[in-house]
Ligand binder design. Structure first.
Ligand code: NCD
Length: 362
């Protein structure tokens, strides 16, 4: 499918729909990073930077007063769930959280469909943030004709995690200096390639699927510098070919300067890199404990590895970590993962404000 041409199918609103016009965000679901145009990305980054300033100076405001967010998580979450809830609270709104892991106490225990459960939440609230372990369930719910309010994808199995990718992108541009004076449009782009290493479980990691796609879409007009994506993983956990093909397609259609490279040795992969994006080996997605045990300690970032790493290279991780980043690395100024986690609040404040029609004017 051509990622830049409008689809004729029911998913057409999920491609290239979100632009710099805040009206295009209002009432829209956010399911995939493919919905964001470059101007849409600029708007979101600008809005997130403003949210950061707002939180630092005033703690928040009341622009979402009388609005209610429903969060429904059919799978475990700390950061995504808490940052969305806090984002809503900091903008004066209210939150209703449903823990639906393994069905939880929802009517799915009685056989209700996911769409019917979400429809129920939408009768009482204004926007739904949803996570589900099965790829496709969130998009199918959002596109169900009974669903009339925005659904935000907070992770769908091994599919996508668009809001994580957006906060990752915000972190990258913030950390490597593109975001100057909280105004992304002032950037003086470098002509050096941006080298991003995606490390670990690239097969099951939805965060790296969304991030690779988003970086590829952002290369030409947003970063304005060549992009090198280095995939470093054990053979059995390699980046799915459909993601690599999508990026090739984006590259061809947009005339982008993107190189995709495959590595198994992290020391080779991180040479001259700007970002080392570590991921957790996703135990819950393996068919057998033996398969998991064979790969679980494949890559550990420790102080020894950091001694060999480029001085400018930041370390990112969507978190939670298990043992793939040694806690001694936390003290290294290049460890950006806690700053990245904080950015999740600002980016999600911006997303909620935009989809509820309060993204720009107060
Ligand atoms: C990630 C996820 O749920 O995909 N966590 C998150 O949302 N920050 C990564 C993971 O669980 O490993």
């Amino acid at each position: 499918m051509n990622p830049f041409s409008p689809s004729k199918g029911p998913a057409s609103k999920l491609i290239d729909g979100l632009t710099s016009d805040p009206a295009t965000w209002m009432g829209q679901s956010l399911i995939s990073v493919t919905q964001l145009t470059t101007p849409g990305l600029e708007l979101l980054v600008q809005a997130a930077a403003e949210m950061r300033t707002l939180v630092k100076n005033h703690g928040g405001d009341d622009r979402l007063k009388h609005k209610i967010l429903a969060t429904i998580f059919y799978e475990a979450s700390t950061r995504t769930s808490c940052s969305f809830q806090t984002a809503m609270l900091r903008l004066g709104g209210q939150v209703m959280h449903v823990d639906a892991s393994a069905g939880g106490n929802t009517s799915s225990k009685k056989g209700e469909t996911v769409s019917d459960t979400v429809k129920c939440l939408q009768c009482y609230t204004d926007v739904t943030v949803m996570r589900h372990p099965t790829q496709g369930t969130v998009v199918n719910t959002a596109l169900d004709s009974i669903i009339t309010k925005p659904v935000i994808n907070a992770g769908d199995g091994v599919g996508e995690h668009p809001t994580q990718a957006l906060l990752d992108l915000f972190t990258i541009i913030d950390e490597i200096g593109i975001l100057q004076d909280d105004n992304v449009l002032n950037n003086e782009p470098s002509t050096e390639p941006l080298i991003v290493v995606l490390l670990g479980d690239l097969k099951h990691g939805r965060t790296v699927h969304s991030l690779a796609k988003l970086l590829a879409r952002a290369q030409r007009e947003f970063f304005k510098r060549p992009l090198v994506l280095r995939y470093c993983s054990p053979e059995v956990l390699k980046m799915p070919s459909y993601i690599q093909e999508y990026i090739d397609e984006v590259s061809t259609i947009a005339g982008s300067d993107i190189t995709q490279e495959i590595y198994t040795n992290v020391y080779d992969a991180m040479k001259n890199s700007d970002v080392l994006y570590q991921t957790r080996v996703q135990k819950e997605r393996f068919n057998s404990p033996v398969e998991y045990a064979n790969v679980k300690g494949a890559y550990i970032i420790d102080t020894q590895l950091m001694e060999d790493a480029p001085r400018k290279m930041i370390v990112m991780h969507p978190l939670p970590r298990v043992d793939e980043i040694d806690t001694d690395v936390d003290k290294d100024p290049r460890a950006a993962y806690f700053r990245q986690m904080e950015n999740g609040l600002y980016v999600r404040m911006a997303i909620l404000a935009l989809v509820l029609g309060k993204g720009v004017a107060y």
